[in-house]
Design a protein around this ligand. Structure first.
Ligand code: BGC
Ligand code: NOJ
Length: 813
């Protein structure tokens, strides 16, 4: 069952009912000012950091879910409704929510009044614009009252939910004309404030939540709206809000439009102290003036659309498969932008107050994003590397505002260092910008400790070299990619929360997954060394990589698949000798991606074991059989009920690893099947089972042991976004950036047909036509670049060229 449809022309998903199985959300904002917005108008806004600079309040664990947002109430005599249906939930005569690239639009009709509400964050200003148009479609004159509504958060969202003894006395607002200023904390900080304004004279306002709602009421039935009259309340402590009243008279056929602007103003040093705690409004007024007219707003919206048009044109594919085109050309790349911006901080399932930017997460996110805006990926790499420690380990998370590592979580995730190599390699392969390797970057953000980024990569590499266990495999530490595989936590006291993760290091527990990563990214580090002429280091990396490669073959192979790990007792994890958790997905994907065991025929076996033991109709499970009891020696992985999350859920993140691994072996059909199984556009048909948004990935789909098999959770912020785009663009379609130029080497099903790719790479346009006359799955027979045949699969890079025309002929040698 579907709840909407894709509109590819407009790059939108159009939701036809407000009653989606879960809130289906969108993200507004590209750089610093962000909003989450659901298909019923719920959500919240923040500046840079969802924890420290929260502008509007969201109520977690609310019932019903998602009933705090930026709302508009429309009152036509006795009938009151919202264009997005919530919170009044009055049934609408028609409803549509269009989630597009950085904007959401609500179209609805009620009582002969047609409303269109467009919300977006303009490209270069810290504000959100809501353009509300009301049209009278009846023969009668309409006298409507319209009320806006939002609730301010007292900035630090964590404190805002806890520190009531203080919070309930600090709220302050100011009303000037049609602008409502939120100035809580201005008294002592004077560095910022927020404002909510409308470009019309208002007929009333409210800034005190209780006055607006009335006693013992909720957002569903505010007293002010029911009375049709604002109370002009001025908040003093308690819960400040911003609500405007507009009395709107509409003659038959008449239409009126209002522009609401929610702005965040950061004071500059010079206007911070000049007016002793009295808010200095000049920057806000400039902002509000800028978006006062309809024309200015229309222009800003067009700019946003053009911006996205240009960005997405950087990778465009045309195949006969409409869903693949849609996902690759629009939604995969869009989700990559969102994960790049948010890491795992703010979604409807990440509270914005817990996790900040993840070291491993952001490194992977930027790999799917780097082709869009390489400069931003470059900045992020430097931020991330600055949280690394001298021994190559790293803070697992950092706060986006301060960019400082999070000491509460600390370090000890032994895969983290290698992800930095993966990210930098992806950046240099994309841009050719080797100057980044010479950037001076501190350790743990400490001034005076700066070394080159290349030296950071060396420390990453050496971290694994220096942390190996009895089998010569990398030590796992607190966990590797699988946060829940806590093999050193068995000495923790029973009953203690798994969040403590136990001791960070143990001399025995080893990870075959990290071994796969080391072989893959160790080689990529070696390639970078080679590129800049560090020949001795190249030899050293070859030697170290080879050692780990051998260790995997000797001690990381289980007979039919790659072993997952050794626990702190030296016992095998993910082996046929285990009663449960016999096979795990991660090493099968990563070792094959690293080419381990490919020539030995092991990879082939490992992938067929995956198909055999882990595959389901909704995707590939992370492990099987699920753990039915808690295992102290394994930790959190066995804490989940069977079928959920890391305990045999379908973890979407590592499904593309299997798909990529299949392309390494040349299995085009299987690679594409794996891709399709979890891909949103292909699962849209059964949205009632899947339940999360059908235009983006979720972190997890409940596995076959779960009671709710097929139900997805934790949409939006997942490494699946980057990996699936990498898989589809670089491995299935085969357009892979190497250090020496763009390579084309697709791996597709026999009946996939010819296709074209337009790719912007290092500032040049590559028009690639792939022909597959004989219907092979993999194999480039002939590569023709601007009429000239070229050896191999790499298109020679020519400095001054603007455009290339490339014909790739697939076929047997
Ligand atoms: C989740 C993991 C997540 C970790 C982060 C765990 O509870 O299962 O998926 O990575 O928390 O701390
Ligand atoms: C979610 C985390 O954000 C990610 O870093 C981790 O790899 C997966 N969970 C698997 O545990």
């Amino acid at each position: 069952m579907k709840f909407g449809y894709f509109d590819d022309q407009n790059k939108e998903y159009v939701i036809k009912t407000p009653k989606t199985p879960l809130p289906w959300i969108n993200y507004l904002g590209n750089k610093e000012f962000f909003s989450l917005i659901s298909n019923t108008g719920g959500g919240y806004t923040f500046y840079k950091d969802a924890k420290l600079m929260r502008i509007t309040r969201y109520r977690y664990n609310d019932v019903p879910a998602d009933c705090n947002g930026k709302y508009f109430y429309i009152k036509d005599n006795d009938v009151i409704w919202n264009p997005g249906w919530q919170p009044v939930k009055e049934s609408l005569d028609s409803y549509e929510c269009h989630h597009g690239m950085g904007y959401s639009k609500f179209l609805s009709k009620k009582n002969g009044v047609e409303t269109s509400l467009l919300t977006f964050v303009p490209l270069d200003d810290a504000c959100e614009i809501s353009s509300l148009t009301l049209k009278n479609n009846t023969e009668e004159k309409k006298e409507l009252q319209v009320f806006s509504y939002l609730e301010w958060c007292l900035w630090n969202a964590d404190d805002d939910m806890k520190n009531f003894q203080r919070n309930l006395s600090i709220g302050e607002v100011e009303i000037k004309g049609s602008a409502i200023y939120h100035k809580t904390e201005y008294r002592e900080r004077r560095n910022h404030y927020a404002v909510y304004a409308v470009n019309a004279q208002i007929d009333g306002f409210d800034t005190d939540r209780d006055a607006f709602l009335g006693e013992y009421r909720s957002m569903e039935n505010p007293e002010v709206v029911q009375k049709g009259k604002s109370s002009n309340s001025v908040a003093s402590g308690w819960s400040p809000i911003a609500s405007h009243q507009l009395n709107v008279t509409l003659n038959p056929g008449e239409e009126k439009r209002y522009i609401f602007v929610l702005g965040y103003i950061e004071n500059q040093e010079e206007d911070k102290w000049e007016s002793k705690g009295v808010i200095n409004k000049k920057r806000a007024e400039l902002l509000l003036d800028k978006y006062y007219s309809d024309a200015a707003v229309d222009e800003a919206f067009q700019e946003l659309k053009q911006y996205w048009g240009k960005l997405l044109a950087k990778f465009n594919v045309q195949t006969k498969n409409e869903k693949l085109n849609r996902m690759v050309n629009i939604w995969h790349q869009y989700q990559c932008m969102v994960t790049f911006n948010m890491s795992r901080s703010a979604s409807y399932y990440e509270s914005g107050i817990g996790r900040g930017m993840g070291f491993r997460d952001s490194c992977q996110d930027l790999m799917g994003f780097v082709h869009l805006i390489p400069e931003r990926a470059r900045e992020l790499i430097i931020d991330i590397a600055s949280t690394q420690f001298k021994d190559g380990s790293a803070y697992h998370q950092y706060q986006p505002l301060t960019k400082k590592g999070n000491a509460d979580i600390g370090s000890g995730f032994n895969d983290d260092p290698l992800w930095l190599i993966a990210a930098v390699s992806a950046y240099v392969r994309e841009t050719g910008d080797v100057s980044i390797l010479d950037e001076m970057v501190p350790f743990d953000n400490e001034i005076g400790t700066e070394v080159t980024l290349m030296e950071h990569l060396k420390r990453s590499f050496d971290f694994t070299v220096n942390h190996k266990g009895p089998h010569g495999l990398p030590l796992i530490g607190r966990a590797d990619w699988n946060d829940c595989l806590n093999l050193n936590c068995f000495s923790a006291h029973p009953g203690e929360s798994f969040q403590t993760f136990g001791p960070s290091e143990g001399p025995v527990a080893e990870s075959v997954f990290i071994a796969g990563m080391f072989v893959k990214y160790g080689k990529e580090y070696g390639d970078l060394c080679k590129l800049i002429g560090q020949d001795d280091e190249v030899k050293r990396t070859d030697y170290e990589v080879e050692k780990v490669y051998k260790a995997v073959l000797e001690s990381g192979w289980d007979g039919e698949w790659f072993l997952r790990a050794y626990d702190a007792n030296g016992d095998k994890v993910g082996s046929h000798v285990c009663e449960e958790g016999k096979i795990y997905i991660e090493p099968q994907g990563f070792c094959t991606m690293a080419n381990i065991g490919v020539k030995e025929g092991l990879a082939e076996k490992a992938l067929s074991s995956v198909e055999h033991c882990l595959d389901t109709k909704y995707g590939i499970r992370i492990l099987a059989p699920a753990y039915t009891t808690y295992h102290l020696e394994l930790g959190e992985v066995s804490s989940y009920p069977p079928g959920y999350k890391e305990n045999s859920g379908i973890f979407c993140h590592n499904n593309p690893w299997i798909s990529i691994a299949e392309t390494v072996l040349g299995h085009g059909k299987r690679a594409f099947d794996v891709y399709q199984k979890t891909c949103p556009a292909y699962v849209e048909e059964f949205s009632e089972v899947h339940r999360t948004e059908p235009y983006v990935y979720s972190q997890m789909i409940a596995g076959s042991d779960a009671i709710r098999f097929g139900e997805a959770k934790n949409s939006w912020l997942t490494g699946t976004a980057a990996w699936t785009f990498i898989n589809a663009s670089q491995y299935i379609l085969g357009v892979y950036p190497t250090l020496n130029g763009l390579s084309v080497n697709p791996c597709i099903p026999l009946e996939f047909g010819d296709f074209t790719v337009t790719r912007n790479y290092r500032g040049q346009v590559y028009n690639i036509q792939v022909h597959n006359p004989g219907g092979v799955e993999k194999g480039v027979k002939k590569l023709i670049v601007d009429g000239i045949e070229v050896e191999g699969t790499i298109i020679p890079f020519e400095e001054n060229k603007e455009e290339y025309h490339i014909d790739v002929w697939l076929g047997k040698e």
